[in-house]
Design a protein around this ligand. Structure first.
Ligand code: SF4
Ligand code: SF4
Length: 164
């Protein structure tokens, strides 16, 4: 449970997921931000107006999945590294999971990494498809991982295989 071990329950997660019909249309953001904290840069970073205006800075973000285009701009602005983008339409077998990443080394495109779930457990392998790490992201890279479709709602972190 989140308050005890930092791991969200299946009920916590179900609350923030987009509906299956929206996932079938392409990339979409998921804000796995489960606690009421004074924080709102995600709202200010979204040029699509897809994150509903906060009436209280302590409230949790609410994404309008129909307005979100999955651009990922909000991801590097979130100090909690709590926003992910999932693209269920990436290919027949694989989905894309975009992960905010502040560790070193930054992986390279084409690299195979160990996919990690919300509990910190290895759940399989993933392939690095793209790395976004521009100046404007201020050292919060966004790593695009291709994962097996049945893992797209599990994989939320990764571990590089070797230290370079
Ligand atoms: S992914 Fe893009 S459109 Fe969607 S909430 Fe984030 S900034 Fe807005
Ligand atoms: S910026 Fe991140 S931590 Fe802050 S409210 Fe938005 S999703 Fe939550």
């Amino acid at each position: 449970m989140l308050a005890q071990n930092g791991i969200p329950t299946p009920e916590d997660i179900a609350e923030v997921l987009p509906p299956a019909e929206r996932l079938a249309k392409g990339p979409v953001a998921i804000a796995e931000c489960f606690q009421n904290i004074p924080c709102d840069p995600c709202y200010h970073s979204c040029k699509q107006g897809a994150i509903k205006e906060f009436t209280d800075i302590n409230q949790r973000p609410q994404i309008d999945f129909d307005k979100c285009n999955g651009c990922g701009s909000c991801m590097s602005r979130c100090p909690g590294l709590a926003i992910f983008v999932v693209d269920a339409t990436f290919s027949e077998q694989e989905a894309l999971v975009k992960i905010p990443y502040e560790f070193l080394p930054i992986p390279q495109v084409g690299e195979t990494v160990t996919a990690i779930n919300r509990a910190g457990q290895a759940v399989g392998e993933a392939r690095v498809v793209k790395v976004q790490n521009s100046k404007v992201q201020d050292r919060t890279a966004v790593v695009w991982l291709a994962v097996a479709k049945d893992l797209m709602m599990e994989v939320r972190h990764f571990k590089t295989k070797e230290v370079r």
